[in-house]
Design a protein around this ligand. Sequence first.
Ligand code: ATP
Ligand code: MG
Length: 272
Amino acid sequence: MPDAIPGKSAKIIAVANQKGGVGKTTTTINLGAALAEAGQKVLLIDLDPQGNASTGLGVSPYARQVTTYDFILGDALPDQAIQATTVKNLSIIPATTDLSSADIELISNEKRSFLLFDALRQLPMDAMGFDFVLIDCPPSLNILTVNAMVAAHSVIVPLQSEFFALEGLSQLMLTIRDVRQSANKALRIEGVVLTMYDRRNNLSQQVEADARENLGGLVFETVIPRNVRLSEAPSFAMPALSYDSQSAGSQAYRELAAEVLSQAKSQLRKVS
Ligand SMILES: Nc1ncnc2c1ncn2[C@@H]1O[C@H](COP(=O)(O)OP(=O)(O)OP(=O)(O)O)[C@@H](O)[C@H]1O
Ligand SMILES: [Mg+2]
């Protein structure tokens, strides 16, 4: 039997870093797939106009009639927007470039930071029984990322194991602090995950040491190795866990999922 998390409300996690190409989408897809494999019912929300998570999970452009854009504007109900994927227990709301106009269109909307929050709390969502909602954010601290942070319980920050990795992190932390002060007091940092880690490379080790020294317990034990299977899988329209289940990248995302699950359980214990 899957070790399901009790309670009908989903745990909502934003995967964010304004730096481009650090592994947000790879983490969202494969953490989602690993949680789904562990028996959790997972919804992935593609909140990036690039639509990489949608493409990586095999949602063709023709199958994107109803998108995150419609969902956050209240033009689509959850059951109209949510699609199944080829992975059992893993669903998605796909994105298209439409979403890039959200920034401009939403300027005059008073509730502009709360659109995803409101959309996710619509009644039928609970009935759908998701355990986790993972939000793939764009590489920016724009209104879309703020929507994700307002709607989420926590944030996962992928950190590429490269020089300059920690730069820009203070800006991200400031945004999280602003969101806490203005709209979402309870927003937590679920953890920082080192991605594209190369054990033979001194630089990777240095970045890890710096991150652990500066961020302490916020850094996940699991590090995601640089692994070619992780970069190949999206072109086969599937998570690495389906493409090459035993690859080092897939195994690492299973370990990350185990950490996320164990944190979710200990948080539940604290609440009850
Ligand atoms: N652990 C890894 N090993 C090898 N390649 C990886 C790994 N993680 C990500 N990649 C590759 O690095 C590139 C950037 O990854 P990804 O798209 O996940 O980053 P991102 O932060 O979502 O980018 P963006 O900011 O553009 O949304 C992709 O080509 C991806 O396949
Ligand atoms: Mg991305």
